[in-house]
Design a protein around this ligand. Structure first.
Ligand code: PHB
Length: 384
């Protein structure tokens, strides 16, 4: 039995609380029809890196279902070591870009906006993976496994090349008509590997103090900003947690968080997407404020929150694609509304709940919470 918790708290203008979710929002030059964002979720369903008809249909269904903004699954930039898994879509090359413009057409037709998420996996890559199996991974430091070098430490010239690759992808996104871009700086992938002291033990200006560890991300955002129009939104996604360690932290205090955020704001970030596993949890001892709330306060920028929205439990498995014990029941949006109302964040991203039910936003809006489909093991296995 689904656990339903419907909510009517006073909203803007004294109307029902749900209105907090369905007010338009302006991000840079782009108007979003509501506050609901589809979270980026890797699917590995684009053979050869090219989104196919199923991918078009997958995104069209979520746009039809009423979300305001779709952030694509991670899509890899044109640096040779950017990808780690077969079937992940590319964001370069005529064929993949043409396919993305067809995805975008379907999403726009249904009234939603769309940003590609620009991804470089860094040291998660191992040789043998597409697009060129001979290319090893790359990251802040070299990694050897059984006497073989599997990850190469990036030189300064390599870093400059990756930065340019991000900028080319963003320029292509704008040229194709996308409404903005999101930079993947979270979850233990390339930019986050530089943020985190544990994975970044470099001794040059990209390692050491936090100001050095954010340099790569700052240069990336700056190059993107120079490659796109002024009002083209650039979202930066970050997290404390890593795929390899849920308890990891890149910032132990609000002060450290501001040392990460402020240089990124200076480089041109328009919005932060704060990835947590449970959006309501306090971020630091001594305060109830969430990571999204701290980010909004410290950066002065709009924030997207995410983390188990609409579901009664987070995905607890450390193995990302482990389907055991994955099922979760539907819960209402009372807590989301309360956070929106008190200004803890501006937009909310929905992940698994939108895989389970593409019509999640429409059903919430029409107060048909009891008709929302719960998240099942089969959902994760099929990813539709
Ligand atoms: C995944 O493939 O499970 C995955 C990809 C990107 C993320 C997180 C998880 O940021």
């Amino acid at each position: 039995m689904a656990m339903i918790d419907e909510m009517t708290i006073p909203g803007p203008g004294g109307t029902a609380g749900l209105d907090w979710l369905f007010h338009a929002f302006k991000l840079g030059g782009v108007e979003l029809r509501n506050r609901i964002v589809m979270a980026p979720m890797t699917r590995r369903r684009s053979p050869g890196g090219v989104p196919n008809e199923h991918v078009i249909d997958y995104y069209r269904r979520r746009a039809d279902g009423g979300v305001g903004l779709i952030i694509s699954e991670g899509t890899y930039i044109d640096h040779p070591a950017a990808n780690a898994h077969p079937g992940v879509p590319a964001f370069h090359g005529d064929e993949a870009l043409h396919a993305w413009s067809r995805v975008l057409g379907a999403v726009h037709e249904a009234g939603a906006r769309m940003f590609p998420q620009l991804w470089h996996v860094g040291s998660v890559r191992r040789p043998g993976v597409e697009p060129d199996p001979t290319v090893p991974g790359c990251g802040p430091i070299s990694i050897w496994e059984n006497g073989t070098q599997v990850v190469r430490a990036l030189t300064k010239a390599d870093i400059a090349a990756v930065v340019e690759s991000y900028a080319r992808a963003a320029a292509n996104a704008e040229r194709l008509g996308f409404d903005g871009v999101e930079v993947h700086g979270a979850h233990g992938y390339l930019l986050d590997q530089f943020f985190w002291r544990q994975t970044n033990t470099r001794h040059d200006e990209y390692g050491g103090p936090l100001a050095n560890r954010v340099r790569f991300a700052v240069e990336t955002v700056g190059a993107i900003r120079n490659a796109v129009s002024r009002d083209f939104p650039v979202v930066f996604r970050f997290s404390q947690w890593k795929s390899s360690d849920y308890s990891a932290q890149i910032a132990a205090t609000p002060q450290e968080l501001s040392e990460i955020l402020l240089p990124l704001v200076g480089a041109g970030v328009d919005c932060f997407h704060v990835s947590t596993r449970r959006f309501w949890e306090p971020a630091f001892p001594g305060s109830e404020a969430t990571l999204a709330e701290w980010t909004r306060r410290l950066s002065g920028k709009p924030v997207i929150a995410v983390g188990s929205v609409g579901l009664d439990r987070p995905h607890e498995s450390r193995l990302f694609r482990d389907t055991a014990n994955i099922a979760a029941e539907v819960v209402g949006v009372d807590r989301v509304l309360e956070h929106l109302q008190r200004g803890a964040f501006d937009l909310v991203a929905i992940g698994r709940a939108l895989i389970a039910d593409p019509d999640w936003a429409k059903k919430v809006r029409s107060n048909q919470m009891s008709r929302i489909e719960p998240f099942t093991k089969a959902n994760l296995e099929s990813y539709f």
